[in-house]
Design a protein around this ligand. Structure first.
Ligand SMILES: Nc1ncnc2c1ncn2[C@@H]1O[C@H](COP(=O)(O)OP(=O)(O)O)[C@@H](O)[C@H]1O
Ligand SMILES: [Mg+2]
Length: 201
């Protein structure tokens, strides 16, 4: 079926590839991944330095992470997607509901003061981080780079609570994807909670 979503989705990627059109005209996947990696590394430094007691981990902040990290490369940096997307057998939030659902998630996060200076024990912080991380994984609001920006977001919250960046180095990509599948398909954050509990140091 040719829908407008289908047409829009094609406009993000270079025809017949999974390489997004980009401002630098890069057509090599390898080159693009390398550059994305460098931009993300710079972003970690910038956002780490900017963190202070006034930082609010709200929706504007979340979008700004994506926008400011990738605006040199992608037109749609910081913009929510307009069409539906899936990976494997997981279907993420429908494009039409992203803004509404995102507002709901961030309103809920606001109610617990964005997990800033969360005074409860580590286990409770991990549980909350996993819950909100799962919500954002299921939302999958951007066209690309959701995984990296979502990790950056929760890493900054971890820092604000006196922890290091969440360590994912001891788990395999499959474990992480399976936990994501549980988030998206079963609204279950137990596996993600385990990952975060082990990664919070
Ligand atoms: N099959 C899947 N089911 C559910 N979620 C998935 C699946 N595959 C990947 N994901 C989630 O999507 C994220 C990747 O999204 P993507 O926009 O490509 O970001 P990035 O380019 O930073 O990896 C993963 O980190 C994971 O959380
Ligand atoms: Mg990707």
């Amino acid at each position: 079926m040719v829908s407008k979503y289908h047409l829009r989705s094609n406009s993000i990627y270079i025809k017949d590839t999974d390489i997004p059109h980009n401002k630098l005209g890069i057509i090599s996947a390898e080159e693009l991944h390398e550059l994305e990696g460098e931009l993300l590394e710079e972003a970690y430094q910038v956002f780490y330095q900017e963190l202070d007691e006034h930082t609010l981990f709200n929706e504007d902040y979340f979008k700004a992470l994506h926008q400011r990290t990738f605006e040199g490369l992608y037109e749609w940096a910081g913009e929510y997607r307009q069409f539906n997307m899936s990976k494997g057998t997981s279907r993420f939030c429908q494009g039409a509901y992203i803004a509404t659902n995102s507002a709901k998630i961030f309103n809920k996060l606001a109610k617990i003061n964005y997990l800033k200076e969360f005074t409860k024990p580590k286990e409770e912080l991990a549980k909350q981080l996993a819950y909100f991380k799962c919500e954002l994984i299921a939302l999958h609001p951007f066209y690309e780079l959701n995984g990296r920006i979502t990790r950056l977001f929760f890493d900054m919250i971890a820092i604000s609570n006196g922890y290091s960046y969440i360590d994912y180095s001891n788990i395999s990509p499959e474990t992480y994807i399976n936990a994501s599948i549980e988030c998206v398909q079963f609204a279950n954050s137990d596996s993600m909670e385990l990952i975060i509990t082990n990664g919070l140091k």
